[in-house]
Design a protein around this ligand. Sequence first.
Ligand code: COA
Length: 185
Amino acid sequence: MTIEIVQAQASDLGSLLEVNLQAFGPEEGPTIVELIKNILLDSSAKPCLSLVAKSANNLIGHILFSKAYLVSQQGESISTALLAPMAVKPEFSNQGIGKQLIKVGFKQLKQQGVELVLVLGHPEYYPKAGFINNAIEKGVSAPFAIEERNHDAWMYHELLPNCLDGFSGQLKCCDSLNQAEYWQE
Ligand SMILES: CC(C)(COP(=O)(O)OP(=O)(O)OC[C@H]1O[C@@H](n2cnc3c(N)ncnc32)[C@H](O)[C@@H]1OP(=O)(O)O)[C@@H](O)C(=O)NCCC(=O)NCCS
């Protein structure tokens, strides 16, 4: 199966929302769909990187990164992207499509000068794609406190190697994600 990973076009919106709805299921899906629509309209989230996976012109996966900053108490900042959400159509899961979406995302974000990528998510999944568990331990605070039992789910990937060495700061994310409900794993 040939998979193409490309930037989402306006005409992809309906299909990418549908993929998220299917992947997250009837309980969580509608909230995720609303979140994606909000992020895409959110000026504080720009530039966003919205990528889709296509096979034979069918949209089968989606990933969204929004603009953020990791800011130290001294006011220094690291250019950051926050990954939320991502989804692969259930019948195409476990074929490496999620990992490919993350890999292409990293490459394009790096080209844009982004230094760090953060995600709050499945602590066993994201390390398979280059993330490191427990960003708290590395000095990265989330916009809302993450319970200690979930620290492993708060993960980082340095696009600029070692950019977190000697740095500690708090994430300033876009308005749409700056709500407590999105920070409880
Ligand atoms: C999570 C998700 C994006 C992974 O995409 P995918 O294309 O199926 O995953 P990949 O093929 O890249 O990776 C497969 C590997 O990840 C593991 N994996 C897949 N989903 C996982 C999960 N939810 N938790 C832990 N590990 C998971 C598989 O066991 C497999 O492991 P292996 O490589 O050791 O065999 C996809 O399953 C999905 O859309 N899930 C529902 C929505 C969701 O939870 N999104 C993420 C929110 S944080």
